[in-house]
Design a protein around this ligand. Structure first.
Ligand code: ATP
Ligand code: MG
Length: 336
């Protein structure tokens, strides 16, 4: 088994004015991500699933230390390839971004410069990370464009982002993300805004990049069915907590947490006829609403199987196999 490339340990992220601001009755800061731990091995594809507002993006952004203003890491550690990223001086962290860890987003226009030709943007990334030979920069730029499936790279390199289709822009962003040879690619809903055919092409491209370059991918999506096709392992997040994790196939075919079951139950698929469909009533609580139930299972108010302790204690994990881990008081009884 490959060694851990990324090790996130007891990560908590607070929003709304930083660590000091106390908002809940219990005197705790408002946490959008609450004490989560996970690992990614070299070359592995790990997915994070969960409804809107569960903390997927903030978790992702905290890895390369790109959290927005007013949002901060208040606990835990992030170790990449044996190095504690939190202990690095800012300039070293910047150097690692793009080179070791890079990110792609749902909307390419947020990371592409509208005023620069796309070839120049890729070239600049190479130059920023120390490539000085102009001919080599040009060659590597065209090569990477070809590798991400951009046709006629010489012509496309001279275009501006707005002149490209959404799918092509997404490919340019992927080229930009991998040109410096990162070992971890964080993909936050990379295909959500695209139509189904283009979406499938982008997923195939990411899988190919993973296979051919051995790049590990942290793949974020609210679409658990999509993740189960792309990922080796998945983490299911609810209101800032990881409630279940495991091999993608285990989670998809034998989900145990009521939230995971609900997410899967809401996917129309006749092949799982035997599994009772669960509809999840209600919605993800706002962080203010969460304040009151912070010590319990955040899903308890929406869970038909909740018992009293669920409201006061977030359950310790039950290990169902080496990878399958569930935080639910019913986990043992429900499994198998
Ligand atoms: N810049 C910010 N300032 C304050 N609160 C924020 C900020 N960004 C996110 N939040 C809050 O943190 C929580 C988690 O947000 P996050 O963006 O990580 O969710 P998500 O799972 O990525 O959702 P989506 O599927 O909609 O992208 C939400 O309650 C959100 O409102
Ligand atoms: Mg998000």
């Amino acid at each position: 088994m490959a060694a851990n490339l990324l090790q996130v340990e007891r990560l908590s992220i607070s929003v709304g004015g930083g660590a000091g601001r106390v908002v809940s009755d219990t005197g705790k800061p408002l946490l959008a991500v609450d004490d989560i731990s996970f690992t990614i091995r070299a070359g592995e594809i790990v997915g994070i699933a969960g409804e809107s507002g569960c903390g997927k993006t903030l978790t992702a952004l905290s890895i390369p230390a790109l959290l927005p203003e007013g949002v901060g890491r208040v606990g835990g550690s992030i170790v990449f390839d044996g190095v504690d990223l939190g202990a690095l001086p800012p300039h070293e962290l910047t150097a690692r971004r793009g080179k070791d860890i890079s990110m792609i987003f749902q909307e390419p226009m947020t990371s592409l410069n509208p005023l620069l030709r796309v070839g120049r943007q890729i070239a600049e990334s190479l130059e920023l990370h120390g490539e000085t030979d102009r001919a080599l920069v040009r060659q590597k730029t065209l090569d990477i464009m070809r590798q991400v499936g951009l046709p006629d790279p010489v012509r496309l390199a001279a275009m501006y982002p707005h002149q490209l289709s959404g799918g092509m822009r997404q490919r340019v962003m992927i080229a930009l993300a991998i040109v410096c040879g990162p070992r971890l690619l964080i993909a936050d809903e990379p295909s959500t805004a695209l139509d189904v055919t283009i979406q499938a092409q982008i997923l195939r491209l990411l899988r190919r990049i993973n296979r051919e370059r051995g790049v590990a991918i942290l793949f974020i999506s609210h679409d658990l069915a999509l993740l189960s096709r792309v990922c080796d392992r998945m983490l299911v997040m609810y209101a800032g907590k990881i409630v279940e994790e495991g091999a993608a196939s285990d989670l998809f075919t034998a989900p145990v947490h009521e939230y995971t079951r609900g997410l899967i139950g809401s996917i129309p698929d006749r092949s799982r006829k035997g599994m009772a469909l669960v509809n999840i009533p209600g919605k993800v609580p706002s962080l203010e609403e969460l304040g009151g139930i912070r010590d319990g299972c955040p899903f308890a108010p929406r869970c038909y199987a909740a018992v009293e302790t669920c409201l006061t204690h977030f359950p310790k994990p039950t290990m169902l196999n080496a990878h399958h881990r569930v935080h639910c008081v019913h986990a043992g009884a429900r499994h198998g």
